[in-house]
Design a protein. Structure first.
Length: 123
C-alpha cells in the first residue's frame, strides 16, 4: 500500500499523528490499533496472539502474486458484420475514402450493394 493509502486508513480508524507519520510508522500504528481493537472486541485478556486484521503487503509478496499464472481472458464474441459495415469497408478499401466520406455517398449506391451482399457466415 502506498503512504497515501495508509494515511487514509489511519484517518478512518481515528489514529492520532497520521498526517506526519512515515510509512513504517503508519504501518506500525495501524497494526497496533488493530491488535488493541481485537483484544477489546474479544473481551478477554488471553495470552493468545490476536488475529491480524490488517496485513501490509511486502514487495516480495506483491512480486509473488504477480508471478502466479493468471486466468486466460475470455475471447470477445465476434459480432456479425452488417451490410452497412461491409459496404463502408469496401468503399474505404476500393476508393480510398475516409469513413466520413464513405458515409456521405448516395443511398442508392448502398441499396445496390445491399441487394447483392451476402454475410460472411452465409457465403
Amino acid at each position: 500500500m502506498s503512504c497515501a493509502e495508509l494515511r487514509a486508513m489511519a484517518k478512518e480508524l481515528g489514529i492520532r499523528g497520521w498526517s506526519n507519520a512515515k510509512k513504517a510508522d503508519l504501518t506500525a500504528k495501524i497494526e497496533n490499533h488493530n491488535r488493541v481493537k481485537t483484544l477489546m472486541d474479544s473481551g478477554s485478556g488471553s495470552t493468545e496472539a490476536p488475529t491480524k486484521v490488517f496485513e501490509p503487503q511486502t514487495q516480495e509478496a506483491l512480486a509473488e502474486a504477480d508471478a502466479q499464472p493468471k486466468a486466460e481472458p475470455k475471447a470477445a464474441k465476434k459480432r456479425k458484420k452488417s451490410s452497412w459495415d461491409a459496404w463502408l469497408a469496401v468503399q474505404r478499401k476500393e476508393k480510398g475514402l475516409t469513413l466520413k466520406q464513405a458515409t456521405q455517398l448516395p443511398r442508392e449506391d448502398y441499396a445496390a450493394f445491399k441487394e447483392s451482399w451476402k454475410p460472411e457466415d452465409e457465403a
